[in-house]
Design a protein around this ligand. Sequence first.
Ligand SMILES: O=C(O)CCC(=O)C(=O)O
Ligand SMILES: [Fe+2]
Length: 272
Amino acid sequence: MDHSDFDLFSDLTPSETALLAAYSARITNRRADLLSTYPSTPAARTTAQNRHVFLTQRVIDSSLQQPVVIPSVWSQDECRTILSAILEYTNSAGAWSTQRHSAFPTTDIPVQSVPQISEFVHSTLRTRLLTSVISPRYGFHPSGRDLAFRDLFFVRYSALDPDSQRSLGAHSDGCLVSFNVLLNGENEFEGGGTLFVKTGQTVRIRKGDAVVHDATSLHAGVEITKGVRYICVGFVDTVDTVRNDERMKRDAGIAGTKARGGREMRMMPAAS
Ligand SMILES: O=C(O)CCC(=O)C(=O)O
Ligand SMILES: [Fe+2]
């Protein structure tokens, strides 16, 4: 049987179409009614309520879809210390992996694999980005209580040899908000930066700066044509979701850094 021209709604009468539209409007109104029962400030709402408000707001508020650059999240010295620890780790203890994300893999290592700087990276990104920038900007509790890192990893793009990864195709991330911090000098590579497909804008940041963006805006890692580009990437989500992921991974008996839930992967752009 040929299903190629099968259309579920093609035989609806005008009155059935009207009924369907009314039903859909009712759902939208119910959602608005529910949101209107929530307290008016993020500080007074639960984590789940803040998540719900964010999921609604980001669709209607186009300013939330714009990336923002946060200067000097790490100092030049801090970047140097972090990068040295990464290179020391990859030279001796372990190699860069391309297995951690099931779609759109990067050449990366998880932050927790580099013990000398893992705690420093987690705690400074929590205070300098999660609590002070991401929570207020996206409407979460000002203490940072609502948010956690769903994944935090270092990425390497290299034009030094033909086999290394130089770019990352257009994708969205399986979380609420994403960011990347540049770890080496912006003059140590050519090309690079984060491209946002909708506006065509490529954001090129300086060493120690971060670009923060809605995880669902389609974006890509622009190809580097010379040198090496190192970034630290964070996928941010609400604590309940991160906890659920971890429970699911434990229950599935998946161990270590290769563990991956469906939402940790980067996702294909929706077919248009
Ligand atoms: O290379 C970049 O600037 C983007 C990286 C990215 O989007 C990711 O790792 O998910
Ligand atoms: Fe991404």
